[in-house]
Design a protein around this ligand. Structure first.
Ligand SMILES: [Zn+2]
Length: 407
């Protein structure tokens, strides 16, 4: 289950795609394509009762190519126009099985390229589906306490299923779709165990576990501030150049960069709560890293701005420097010019020996990584609990063990 750029305005809500790898004899391929195509059409016709979408379905036979990988990287971190995606399909002989003009094909084509790049880090999500008579109902019938209990019990292997700060269940969608719940974690076996301990009070049609780029920060590629373009996602570093400014709507703006030529206004929006509160405590001179996406210019903002979803404080200014006081009369002195020392504006005393005085600051914030509350994070954003838990290339479960669990 692959998530793509969350800042693209013309996406479906989750901007997601599913890739299935099938090992099969050559002579059965046509039959498989036929089944996937007819099932997809059948499903979109049924689910079309609830919302309008432009589904995509593509198929590729063989080893994933560098064209697919490059398309994935762009769909994850930048804008992909339909022509570019369709060109990749032509070049690689990737088959488009539903209407060519559907936007969903861009996501489907791009997600193919994730297969070989997912090994750096990935997570799993167990999705359980509702029986058709429950489709369309917004309430999911389960015991919230059981979700809280499970998240505590398996906290080394699960994440973002329950928000302990806000006492909120995060596994249930709120729309009319057929998903009952999605349980997120590091290991498929733990997900199965945890799922069985959740008290569900409605019938379950079935469930399946997906490997995913969710919660990995895969979209936060390193970028230079001077090269940012609208709708790109990424991670930038720079110095705080302005005092944080609260603006209408409860947001906070801070100018970040090296100097006025390579700087950008970073917006900490109100829903990021904790993140916005930390941003208010920044001071000019602090070194920070920001993860987020680029907002295009608008009538109120003639330049691009940066929508912050993660803040890394690298260094903090610990003192401010002031000119020395006059040893004769006590007035704050002025610079007498470059390397000419200081001069008292009141009594005229001059000195080349005096130095600036350092006034220590009490900062009340510390160096480290800051993220918003779980409920306002994107699917792709890495929650703090996952730091140090990255899956570097190992599938954490043996297939033999897996079958034992299925009984
Ligand atoms: Zn003086």
């Amino acid at each position: 289950m692959i998530r793509l750029n969350p800042s693209i305005p013309w996406k479906t809500r989750g901007n997601g795609a599913v890739v299935l790898r099938i090992l099969v004899d050559q002579d059965r391929i046509d039959r498989i394509l036929e089944i996937t195509r007819s099932k997809s059409i059948e499903y979109t016709e049924v689910s079309g009762r609830f919302k309008y979408t432009q589904p995509g379905l593509v198929a590729y036979i063989g080893e994933i190519t560098s064209y697919h990988r490059e398309l994935y990287r762009r769909a994850l971190t930048d804008v992909v126009v339909p022509d570019v995606a369709l060109k990749v399909a032509e070049k690689t002989n990737t088959l488009i099985l539903l209407d060519r003009n559907n936007r969903g094909n861009i996501g489907a084509l791009s997600a193919l390229g994730a297969l070989t790049t997912l090994d750096e880090d990935y997570t799993f999500e167990l999705l359980a589906y509702r029986t058709p008579e429950y489709w369309g109902r917004r309430t999911r019938y389960l015991n919230p306490e059981s979700v809280k209990k499970v998240e505590l019990k398996y906290r080394d292997y699960l994440f973002s299923n329950y928000d302990f700060d806000q006492e909120r269940v995060l596994i249930t969608p709120h729309g009319p779709d057929p998903v009952l719940l999605g349980l997120r974690g590091e290991d498929p076996l733990v997900l199965v165990k945890a799922f069985k301990e959740i008290e569900v009070r409605e019938p379950i049609l079935g469930w399946t576990i997906y490997r995913s780029n969710q919660a990995t920060d895969a979209h936060l590629v390193r970028r230079d501030i001077s090269e940012l373009r609208p709708y790109q996602t990424g991670y930038i570093e720079g110095k705080v150049l302005s005092k944080p400014k609260p603006v209408r709507g409860g947001h906070v703006v801070v100018v970040i960069g090296e100097d006025s030529h390579t700087s950008i206004e970073a917006y900490f929006y109100e829903p990021t709560k904790t993140l916005r509160n930390i941003a208010l405590k920044l001071l000019p001179g602090d070194q920070v890293g920001l993860g987020g996406s680029v907002r295009p210019p608008s009538s109120s903002h003639p330049r691009i701005t940066f929508n912050v979803e993660k803040l890394v404080i690298k260094t903090l200014v610990t003192y401010i420097e002031k000119n020395p006081k006059c040893p004769r009369c006590g007035k704050t002195m002025k610079s007498a010019g470059r390397e000419k020392g200081y001069k008292c504006p009141r009594c005229g005393y001059r000195s080349t020996n005096l130095e600036k005085i350092k006034i220590p600051l009490n900062r009340n914030i510390s160096i480290g990584v800051y993220t918003p509350p779980l409920s306002s994070m994107h699917h792709l954003s890495k929650p703090k609990i996952r730091y140090g838990r990255e899956n570097n290339g190992k599938i954490p479960v043996m297939i033999s063990q897996w079958h034992a669990y299925m009984d």
